[in-house]
Write a protein that binds this ligand. Structure first.
Ligand SMILES: NC(=O)c1ccc[n+]([C@@H]2O[C@H](COP(=O)([O-])OP(=O)(O)OC[C@H]3O[C@@H](n4cnc5c(N)ncnc54)[C@H](O)[C@@H]3O)[C@@H](O)[C@H]2O)c1
Ligand SMILES: O=C(O)C(=O)C[C@@H](O)[C@H](O)[C@H](O)COP(=O)(O)O
Ligand SMILES: [Zn+2]
Length: 365
Protein backbone atom coordinates (compact mmCIF):
# COMPACT_ATOMS: atom_id res chain seq x y z
CA UNK A 1 0.00 0.00 0.00
CA UNK A 2 1.22 3.51 -0.83
CA UNK A 3 0.32 6.17 1.71
CA UNK A 4 0.71 9.88 1.09
CA UNK A 5 -0.23 12.73 3.37
CA UNK A 6 -1.60 16.06 2.23
CA UNK A 7 0.28 18.26 4.70
CA UNK A 8 -2.28 20.79 5.86
CA UNK A 9 -1.55 21.04 9.57
CA UNK A 10 -4.62 20.22 11.63
CA UNK A 11 -6.48 19.30 8.43
CA UNK A 12 -3.80 16.97 7.06
CA UNK A 13 -5.20 13.76 5.62
CA UNK A 14 -3.95 10.48 4.19
CA UNK A 15 -4.34 9.18 0.66
CA UNK A 16 -4.15 5.41 0.51
CA UNK A 17 -3.44 3.77 -2.87
CA UNK A 18 -3.61 0.01 -3.40
CA UNK A 19 -5.13 -2.35 -5.94
CA UNK A 20 -8.09 -4.11 -4.25
CA UNK A 21 -8.40 -1.45 -1.55
CA UNK A 22 -12.14 -0.94 -2.06
CA UNK A 23 -12.86 -4.39 -0.68
CA UNK A 24 -10.93 -3.44 2.47
CA UNK A 25 -12.25 0.12 2.75
CA UNK A 26 -14.21 -0.76 5.90
CA UNK A 27 -10.97 -1.38 7.79
CA UNK A 28 -9.79 2.17 7.02
CA UNK A 29 -13.16 3.79 7.69
CA UNK A 30 -14.28 1.94 10.87
CA UNK A 31 -11.77 3.73 13.16
CA UNK A 32 -13.08 7.10 11.90
CA UNK A 33 -16.76 6.14 12.07
CA UNK A 34 -16.48 5.10 15.74
CA UNK A 35 -19.72 3.10 15.74
CA UNK A 36 -21.71 5.76 13.84
CA UNK A 37 -23.27 5.04 10.47
CA UNK A 38 -21.89 6.61 7.33
CA UNK A 39 -23.74 8.14 4.36
CA UNK A 40 -22.64 7.13 0.85
CA UNK A 41 -23.49 9.15 -2.26
CA UNK A 42 -22.69 7.67 -5.68
CA UNK A 43 -24.13 7.57 -9.18
CA UNK A 44 -25.94 4.81 -11.01
CA UNK A 45 -22.87 3.65 -12.92
CA UNK A 46 -20.88 2.52 -9.89
CA UNK A 47 -23.46 0.07 -8.53
CA UNK A 48 -21.00 -2.85 -8.52
CA UNK A 49 -18.42 -0.83 -6.57
CA UNK A 50 -21.11 0.30 -4.15
CA UNK A 51 -21.86 -3.35 -3.37
CA UNK A 52 -18.17 -4.02 -2.67
CA UNK A 53 -17.87 -0.95 -0.46
CA UNK A 54 -21.00 -1.73 1.56
CA UNK A 55 -19.95 -5.35 2.07
CA UNK A 56 -16.61 -4.15 3.38
CA UNK A 57 -18.27 -1.61 5.70
CA UNK A 58 -20.71 -4.27 6.95
CA UNK A 59 -17.84 -6.63 7.67
CA UNK A 60 -16.12 -3.88 9.66
CA UNK A 61 -19.34 -3.20 11.62
CA UNK A 62 -20.16 0.14 9.97
CA UNK A 63 -23.79 0.67 8.91
CA UNK A 64 -24.31 2.73 5.76
CA UNK A 65 -27.13 4.59 4.04
CA UNK A 66 -27.02 5.31 0.31
CA UNK A 67 -28.17 7.96 -2.14
CA UNK A 68 -27.79 7.10 -5.82
CA UNK A 69 -27.83 10.00 -8.29
CA UNK A 70 -28.02 10.15 -12.10
CA UNK A 71 -24.60 10.14 -13.81
CA UNK A 72 -23.08 13.01 -15.78
CA UNK A 73 -21.93 16.60 -15.48
CA UNK A 74 -25.53 17.87 -15.25
CA UNK A 75 -25.64 16.33 -11.76
CA UNK A 76 -23.34 19.10 -10.47
CA UNK A 77 -26.44 21.29 -10.09
CA UNK A 78 -28.46 23.25 -7.55
CA UNK A 79 -31.20 20.62 -7.63
CA UNK A 80 -28.89 17.67 -6.95
CA UNK A 81 -27.10 19.69 -4.27
CA UNK A 82 -30.47 20.07 -2.58
CA UNK A 83 -31.10 16.33 -2.96
CA UNK A 84 -27.76 15.57 -1.27
CA UNK A 85 -28.36 18.01 1.59
CA UNK A 86 -31.92 16.80 2.19
CA UNK A 87 -30.71 13.18 2.20
CA UNK A 88 -28.04 13.99 4.80
CA UNK A 89 -30.43 16.08 6.92
CA UNK A 90 -33.12 13.37 6.81
CA UNK A 91 -30.51 10.87 8.01
CA UNK A 92 -29.59 13.17 10.89
CA UNK A 93 -25.94 13.32 9.82
CA UNK A 94 -23.91 15.26 12.38
CA UNK A 95 -20.78 17.32 11.79
CA UNK A 96 -18.51 14.56 13.07
CA UNK A 97 -20.21 11.92 10.92
CA UNK A 98 -18.79 10.86 7.57
CA UNK A 99 -20.18 11.31 4.10
CA UNK A 100 -18.54 9.15 1.45
CA UNK A 101 -18.33 10.35 -2.15
CA UNK A 102 -18.05 7.17 -4.23
CA UNK A 103 -17.64 8.06 -7.89
CA UNK A 104 -15.97 10.36 -10.36
CA UNK A 105 -15.27 14.05 -10.13
CA UNK A 106 -18.94 14.92 -10.51
CA UNK A 107 -19.92 13.03 -7.36
CA UNK A 108 -16.78 14.17 -5.52
CA UNK A 109 -17.32 17.86 -6.31
CA UNK A 110 -21.05 17.78 -5.56
CA UNK A 111 -20.91 15.69 -2.39
CA UNK A 112 -17.85 17.54 -1.15
CA UNK A 113 -19.74 20.80 -1.50
CA UNK A 114 -22.78 19.30 0.26
CA UNK A 115 -20.46 18.22 3.10
CA UNK A 116 -18.91 21.70 3.19
CA UNK A 117 -22.23 23.43 3.80
CA UNK A 118 -24.11 20.78 5.80
CA UNK A 119 -24.25 22.20 9.31
CA UNK A 120 -21.37 24.47 8.14
CA UNK A 121 -19.15 21.51 7.48
CA UNK A 122 -19.16 17.78 8.11
CA UNK A 123 -16.48 15.21 7.49
CA UNK A 124 -16.20 13.53 4.12
CA UNK A 125 -14.24 10.75 2.50
CA UNK A 126 -13.33 10.52 -1.17
CA UNK A 127 -13.38 7.12 -2.87
CA UNK A 128 -12.68 8.07 -6.50
CA UNK A 129 -13.74 5.62 -9.21
CA UNK A 130 -12.57 7.40 -12.39
CA UNK A 131 -8.97 7.98 -13.46
CA UNK A 132 -9.67 11.71 -13.43
CA UNK A 133 -10.91 11.60 -9.85
CA UNK A 134 -8.04 9.35 -8.73
CA UNK A 135 -5.35 11.62 -10.15
CA UNK A 136 -6.92 15.00 -9.53
CA UNK A 137 -10.38 15.81 -8.15
CA UNK A 138 -10.37 13.61 -5.03
CA UNK A 139 -7.34 15.46 -3.65
CA UNK A 140 -7.22 19.11 -2.69
CA UNK A 141 -10.68 20.03 -1.46
CA UNK A 142 -12.02 22.03 -4.40
CA UNK A 143 -15.76 21.35 -4.37
CA UNK A 144 -18.42 22.98 -6.54
CA UNK A 145 -21.51 22.88 -8.69
CA UNK A 146 -22.09 24.46 -12.10
CA UNK A 147 -24.70 27.19 -12.66
CA UNK A 148 -26.08 28.80 -15.79
CA UNK A 149 -23.31 31.43 -15.50
CA UNK A 150 -20.58 28.84 -15.73
CA UNK A 151 -18.53 26.01 -14.41
CA UNK A 152 -17.73 25.50 -10.69
CA UNK A 153 -18.88 29.02 -9.84
CA UNK A 154 -20.60 28.04 -6.59
CA UNK A 155 -18.40 26.05 -4.28
CA UNK A 156 -16.04 25.93 -1.34
CA UNK A 157 -12.66 24.62 -0.32
CA UNK A 158 -13.43 21.68 1.93
CA UNK A 159 -10.82 19.00 2.42
CA UNK A 160 -11.72 15.34 2.80
CA UNK A 161 -10.47 13.49 5.89
CA UNK A 162 -9.40 10.44 3.88
CA UNK A 163 -8.92 9.47 0.23
CA UNK A 164 -9.01 5.79 -0.75
CA UNK A 165 -7.75 4.95 -4.25
CA UNK A 166 -8.19 1.48 -5.72
CA UNK A 167 -6.78 1.45 -9.29
CA UNK A 168 -8.65 -1.79 -10.10
CA UNK A 169 -12.04 -0.04 -10.00
CA UNK A 170 -10.98 1.57 -13.30
CA UNK A 171 -11.46 -1.83 -14.97
CA UNK A 172 -15.16 -1.02 -15.41
CA UNK A 173 -14.60 2.55 -16.63
CA UNK A 174 -15.56 3.19 -20.29
CA UNK A 175 -12.55 3.83 -22.56
CA UNK A 176 -13.67 7.37 -23.34
CA UNK A 177 -13.72 8.25 -19.62
CA UNK A 178 -10.30 6.67 -19.08
CA UNK A 179 -8.89 8.79 -21.93
CA UNK A 180 -10.48 11.95 -20.55
CA UNK A 181 -8.93 11.32 -17.13
CA UNK A 182 -5.58 10.74 -18.82
CA UNK A 183 -5.60 14.37 -19.97
CA UNK A 184 -5.35 15.47 -16.31
CA UNK A 185 -2.45 13.00 -15.84
CA UNK A 186 -0.48 14.51 -18.73
CA UNK A 187 -1.27 17.98 -17.39
CA UNK A 188 1.19 17.42 -14.51
CA UNK A 189 3.99 16.84 -17.02
CA UNK A 190 3.04 19.90 -19.02
CA UNK A 191 2.99 22.09 -15.90
CA UNK A 192 6.43 21.53 -14.40
CA UNK A 193 7.62 17.98 -15.02
CA UNK A 194 8.99 17.48 -18.56
CA UNK A 195 10.40 14.04 -17.62
CA UNK A 196 6.92 12.90 -16.65
CA UNK A 197 5.64 14.12 -20.03
CA UNK A 198 8.28 11.91 -21.67
CA UNK A 199 7.04 9.03 -19.46
CA UNK A 200 3.51 9.72 -20.73
CA UNK A 201 4.68 9.68 -24.34
CA UNK A 202 6.26 6.27 -23.72
CA UNK A 203 3.59 4.74 -21.46
CA UNK A 204 0.29 6.50 -22.21
CA UNK A 205 -0.87 3.84 -24.65
CA UNK A 206 -0.19 1.03 -22.13
CA UNK A 207 -2.01 2.92 -19.41
CA UNK A 208 -5.02 3.41 -21.66
CA UNK A 209 -4.90 -0.23 -22.73
CA UNK A 210 -5.46 -1.17 -19.08
CA UNK A 211 -1.95 -2.02 -17.87
CA UNK A 212 -2.21 -1.89 -14.07
CA UNK A 213 1.48 -1.11 -13.52
CA UNK A 214 1.36 1.98 -15.80
CA UNK A 215 -1.87 3.11 -14.19
CA UNK A 216 -0.48 2.73 -10.68
CA UNK A 217 2.70 4.67 -11.56
CA UNK A 218 0.64 7.48 -13.10
CA UNK A 219 -1.74 7.68 -10.17
CA UNK A 220 1.08 7.74 -7.61
CA UNK A 221 2.99 10.39 -9.54
CA UNK A 222 -0.04 12.60 -10.10
CA UNK A 223 -1.30 12.36 -6.53
CA UNK A 224 2.14 13.19 -5.12
CA UNK A 225 2.33 16.27 -7.38
CA UNK A 226 -1.16 17.41 -6.48
CA UNK A 227 -0.65 16.85 -2.74
CA UNK A 228 2.55 18.93 -2.87
CA UNK A 229 0.91 21.81 -4.73
CA UNK A 230 -2.20 21.82 -2.51
CA UNK A 231 -0.08 21.79 0.65
CA UNK A 232 1.87 24.78 -0.67
CA UNK A 233 -1.15 26.84 -1.77
CA UNK A 234 -4.39 25.34 -0.48
CA UNK A 235 -6.66 28.24 -1.44
CA UNK A 236 -5.02 29.22 -4.74
CA UNK A 237 -3.69 32.49 -3.41
CA UNK A 238 0.03 32.41 -4.20
CA UNK A 239 -0.16 31.36 -7.84
CA UNK A 240 1.23 27.84 -7.29
CA UNK A 241 -2.14 26.05 -7.26
CA UNK A 242 -3.35 28.11 -10.22
CA UNK A 243 -0.88 26.10 -12.33
CA UNK A 244 -3.28 23.14 -11.97
CA UNK A 245 -5.67 25.22 -14.04
CA UNK A 246 -3.54 24.76 -17.19
CA UNK A 247 -5.95 24.30 -20.11
CA UNK A 248 -8.99 25.04 -17.95
CA UNK A 249 -9.77 28.63 -18.96
CA UNK A 250 -10.12 27.47 -22.56
CA UNK A 251 -11.54 24.11 -21.43
CA UNK A 252 -14.27 25.47 -19.17
CA UNK A 253 -15.40 27.81 -21.97
CA UNK A 254 -15.69 24.80 -24.29
CA UNK A 255 -17.64 22.84 -21.66
CA UNK A 256 -20.01 25.76 -21.14
CA UNK A 257 -20.56 25.98 -24.88
CA UNK A 258 -21.36 22.23 -24.87
CA UNK A 259 -23.89 22.92 -22.07
CA UNK A 260 -22.20 20.41 -19.76
CA UNK A 261 -23.49 17.60 -21.94
CA UNK A 262 -21.74 14.38 -22.86
CA UNK A 263 -20.77 16.09 -26.12
CA UNK A 264 -17.47 17.20 -24.61
CA UNK A 265 -16.51 15.90 -21.17
CA UNK A 266 -14.17 17.67 -18.76
CA UNK A 267 -10.94 15.81 -19.52
CA UNK A 268 -11.49 16.17 -23.26
CA UNK A 269 -12.05 19.90 -22.79
CA UNK A 270 -8.82 20.07 -20.75
CA UNK A 271 -6.89 18.30 -23.51
CA UNK A 272 -8.17 20.74 -26.12
CA UNK A 273 -7.57 23.57 -23.65
CA UNK A 274 -3.93 22.56 -23.10
CA UNK A 275 -3.43 22.33 -26.86
CA UNK A 276 -4.86 25.85 -27.19
CA UNK A 277 -2.72 27.18 -24.32
CA UNK A 278 0.41 25.85 -26.05
CA UNK A 279 -0.73 27.02 -29.50
CA UNK A 280 -1.37 30.50 -28.10
CA UNK A 281 1.98 30.46 -26.27
CA UNK A 282 3.71 29.60 -29.56
CA UNK A 283 1.79 32.32 -31.40
CA UNK A 284 2.98 35.00 -28.99
CA UNK A 285 6.56 33.67 -29.05
CA UNK A 286 6.68 32.20 -25.54
CA UNK A 287 7.35 28.62 -26.58
CA UNK A 288 8.42 26.99 -29.82
CA UNK A 289 5.91 25.74 -32.37
CA UNK A 290 7.67 22.37 -32.00
CA UNK A 291 6.58 22.20 -28.33
CA UNK A 292 2.98 23.07 -29.23
CA UNK A 293 3.05 20.45 -32.00
CA UNK A 294 4.43 17.85 -29.59
CA UNK A 295 1.56 18.41 -27.15
CA UNK A 296 -1.01 18.18 -29.95
CA UNK A 297 0.68 15.04 -31.30
CA UNK A 298 0.39 13.32 -27.93
CA UNK A 299 -3.33 14.10 -27.73
CA UNK A 300 -3.80 12.70 -31.24
CA UNK A 301 -1.80 9.59 -30.35
CA UNK A 302 -4.03 8.95 -27.32
CA UNK A 303 -7.35 9.80 -28.97
CA UNK A 304 -7.90 13.16 -27.28
CA UNK A 305 -8.89 16.44 -29.01
CA UNK A 306 -5.77 18.31 -30.07
CA UNK A 307 -7.38 21.60 -31.20
CA UNK A 308 -10.48 23.75 -31.15
CA UNK A 309 -11.72 22.06 -34.32
CA UNK A 310 -11.18 18.59 -32.82
CA UNK A 311 -13.17 19.56 -29.70
CA UNK A 312 -16.24 19.78 -31.91
CA UNK A 313 -17.11 23.23 -30.54
CA UNK A 314 -17.66 25.67 -33.38
CA UNK A 315 -18.29 28.83 -31.31
CA UNK A 316 -16.79 32.18 -32.25
CA UNK A 317 -13.84 33.62 -30.36
CA UNK A 318 -16.12 36.31 -28.94
CA UNK A 319 -18.53 33.76 -27.54
CA UNK A 320 -15.78 31.67 -25.93
CA UNK A 321 -14.14 34.76 -24.44
CA UNK A 322 -17.54 35.74 -22.99
CA UNK A 323 -17.59 32.44 -21.10
CA UNK A 324 -14.04 33.14 -19.91
CA UNK A 325 -15.09 36.41 -18.30
CA UNK A 326 -16.76 34.27 -15.58
CA UNK A 327 -13.47 32.52 -14.78
CA UNK A 328 -12.70 32.69 -11.05
CA UNK A 329 -9.18 33.95 -11.82
CA UNK A 330 -10.64 37.15 -13.32
CA UNK A 331 -9.50 40.13 -11.23
CA UNK A 332 -10.27 43.80 -11.93
CA UNK A 333 -10.91 43.17 -15.61
CA UNK A 334 -7.77 41.09 -16.15
CA UNK A 335 -7.82 37.35 -16.72
CA UNK A 336 -4.52 35.68 -15.87
CA UNK A 337 -3.80 32.83 -18.31
CA UNK A 338 -1.76 29.69 -17.81
CA UNK A 339 0.74 29.85 -20.67
CA UNK A 340 3.97 27.97 -21.31
CA UNK A 341 7.58 28.78 -22.12
CA UNK A 342 7.95 25.13 -23.06
CA UNK A 343 6.84 21.67 -21.96
CA UNK A 344 7.02 21.63 -18.17
CA UNK A 345 7.43 25.42 -18.06
CA UNK A 346 3.91 26.67 -17.39
CA UNK A 347 3.41 30.06 -15.75
CA UNK A 348 0.62 32.49 -14.94
CA UNK A 349 0.63 35.37 -17.42
CA UNK A 350 -1.27 38.45 -16.23
CA UNK A 351 -0.66 40.44 -19.40
CA UNK A 352 -2.86 38.59 -21.86
CA UNK A 353 -5.22 40.75 -23.89
CA UNK A 354 -8.64 39.07 -24.24
CA UNK A 355 -9.15 40.71 -27.64
CA UNK A 356 -6.01 38.91 -28.83
CA UNK A 357 -7.29 35.59 -27.42
CA UNK A 358 -10.54 36.19 -29.29
CA UNK A 359 -8.68 36.76 -32.56
CA UNK A 360 -6.53 33.68 -31.90
CA UNK A 361 -9.62 31.51 -31.34
CA UNK A 362 -11.24 32.81 -34.52
CA UNK A 363 -8.07 31.84 -36.41
CA UNK A 364 -8.30 28.30 -34.96
CA UNK A 365 -11.83 27.59 -36.26
N1 LIG B 1 -12.26 19.25 -7.58
C1 LIG B 1 -11.26 19.18 -8.41
O1 LIG B 1 -10.10 19.45 -8.07
C2 LIG B 1 -11.51 18.69 -9.81
C3 LIG B 1 -10.42 18.29 -10.61
C4 LIG B 1 -10.69 17.83 -11.89
C5 LIG B 1 -11.99 17.73 -12.34
N2 LIG B 1 -13.01 18.09 -11.52
C6 LIG B 1 -14.39 17.92 -11.95
O2 LIG B 1 -14.63 16.52 -12.13
C7 LIG B 1 -15.68 16.35 -13.05
C8 LIG B 1 -15.32 15.27 -14.04
O3 LIG B 1 -15.06 14.09 -13.34
P1 LIG B 1 -15.05 12.68 -14.07
O4 LIG B 1 -14.30 12.78 -15.32
O5 LIG B 1 -14.65 11.69 -13.07
O6 LIG B 1 -16.56 12.51 -14.52
P2 LIG B 1 -17.81 11.76 -13.88
O7 LIG B 1 -17.84 11.87 -12.43
O8 LIG B 1 -18.99 12.25 -14.66
O9 LIG B 1 -17.54 10.24 -14.25
C9 LIG B 1 -17.45 9.89 -15.60
C10 LIG B 1 -18.44 8.78 -15.97
O10 LIG B 1 -17.94 7.53 -15.51
C11 LIG B 1 -18.92 6.87 -14.71
N3 LIG B 1 -18.15 6.08 -13.76
C12 LIG B 1 -17.48 6.54 -12.68
N4 LIG B 1 -16.73 5.55 -12.16
C13 LIG B 1 -16.95 4.46 -12.90
C14 LIG B 1 -16.44 3.15 -12.88
N5 LIG B 1 -15.48 2.78 -12.03
N6 LIG B 1 -16.91 2.26 -13.79
C15 LIG B 1 -17.84 2.64 -14.73
N7 LIG B 1 -18.32 3.88 -14.82
C16 LIG B 1 -17.88 4.78 -13.93
C17 LIG B 1 -19.77 7.96 -14.17
O11 LIG B 1 -21.04 7.48 -13.83
C18 LIG B 1 -19.83 8.91 -15.35
O12 LIG B 1 -20.78 8.47 -16.27
C19 LIG B 1 -15.93 17.69 -13.70
O13 LIG B 1 -17.09 18.24 -13.18
C20 LIG B 1 -14.72 18.50 -13.30
O14 LIG B 1 -15.02 19.86 -13.22
C21 LIG B 1 -12.79 18.57 -10.28
O1 LIG C 1 -7.29 21.42 -7.97
C1 LIG C 1 -7.16 22.42 -8.67
O2 LIG C 1 -6.77 23.49 -8.20
C2 LIG C 1 -7.49 22.38 -10.11
O3 LIG C 1 -7.52 23.42 -10.75
C3 LIG C 1 -7.77 21.05 -10.73
C4 LIG C 1 -8.61 21.12 -12.00
O4 LIG C 1 -8.28 19.97 -12.74
C5 LIG C 1 -10.10 21.08 -11.73
O5 LIG C 1 -10.80 20.90 -12.94
C6 LIG C 1 -10.67 22.21 -10.94
O6 LIG C 1 -11.98 21.93 -10.54
C7 LIG C 1 -10.74 23.51 -11.72
O7 LIG C 1 -10.88 24.49 -10.79
P1 LIG C 1 -11.58 25.88 -11.02
O8 LIG C 1 -11.08 26.66 -9.86
O9 LIG C 1 -11.12 26.40 -12.34
O10 LIG C 1 -13.03 25.64 -10.99
ZN1 LIG D 1 -9.73 19.69 -14.35
Amino acid sequence: MTTMIVELGARAYPILIEPGLLARAGDAIAPLARGRRVAIVCDENVAAHLTTLRASLDAAGVASEVLVLPPGEATKSWSQLQAVCDFLLDLGIERTDHVIALGGGVIGDLVGFGAAILKRGCRFIQIPTTLLAQVDSSVGGKTAINTRAGKNLIGAFHQPVLVLIDPTVLDTLPARELRAGYAEVVKYGLIDDPEFFVWCEANGAALLAGELAARTVAIGHAVAAKARIVAADEHETTGQRALLNLGHTFGHALEAEAHYSGRLIHGEAVAAGCALAFAYSARVGLCTQADADRVAAHWRATGLPDSLAASGIAASGARLVDHMRHDKKMAAGTLPFLLARGIGRTFLDKTVDLADVEAFLDDQR
